[in-house]
Design a protein around this ligand. Structure first.
Ligand code: UDP
Ligand code: MG
Length: 162
């Protein structure tokens, strides 16, 4: 039988993607959405917001002792961000590949960072780096009522994983 998006044949993997303030300023929100939709991933939550300090402190908790941390927080609060939740098979790993290396100099061409960023401190976009981390980040950034569990009827790449 064909697996359905509601079946148990693949885990309902989700990831958090955030277009950072420079990505919003550079008008890259639509481009980012297009990359993820073109791949076949399913958008289940999206909002524009001024990232609260409380959320950023938790989100970047592991980096709090790094010398760049204060600059990172002022960058992330310098303007609005667009937070999204994307769903699909292996979406965490695939998103990291589309986003590219943290350090812009090492980000491959055709990745989002490789095409739009020249410095690690202005790297356009965030994507969760593990399935467990993604679940924590999604709960941090979104209320469960903000996520839409819509039936996927149209896209064979997302409905029928290999
Ligand atoms: N960052 C920075 N300078 C550094 C390392 C990281 O400004 O030397 C910022 C950058 O915005 C990066 C974020 O901190 O995206 C989180 O770092 P992480 O190592 O988790 O990279 P990511 O998961 O975003 O690729
Ligand atoms: Mg990270």
């Amino acid at each position: 039988a064909r697996p359905s998006s509601g079946g148990s044949s693949w885990t309902r993997e989700q990831t958090l993607v955030v277009v950072k303030p420079d990505g919003v300023q550079w008008r890259l929100v639509g481009y980012v959405i297009q990359r993820f939709e073109r791949r076949g991933f399913k958008l289940v939550g999206m909002k524009m917001l001024q990232a609260p300090e409380r959320v950023l402190a938790e989100h970047y908790h592991d980096l709090q002792r790094k010398p760049f941390y204060p600059a990172l927080i002022s960058y992330m609060t310098s303007g609005p961000v667009v937070a999204m939740v994307w769903e699909g098979p292996n979406v965490v790993c695939s998103s990291r590949a589309m986003v590219g290396h943290t350090n812009s100099a090492e980000a491959a061409p055709d990745t989002i960072r490789g095409d739009f960023s020249i410095h690690i401190s202005r790297n356009i976009i965030h994507a969760s780096d593990s399935v467990e981390g993604a679940q924590k980040e999604i709960q941090l950034w979104f209320q469960s009522s903000e996520l839409v569990n819509w039936a996927d009827k149209g896209h064979q790449r997302s409905i029928y994983p290999p």
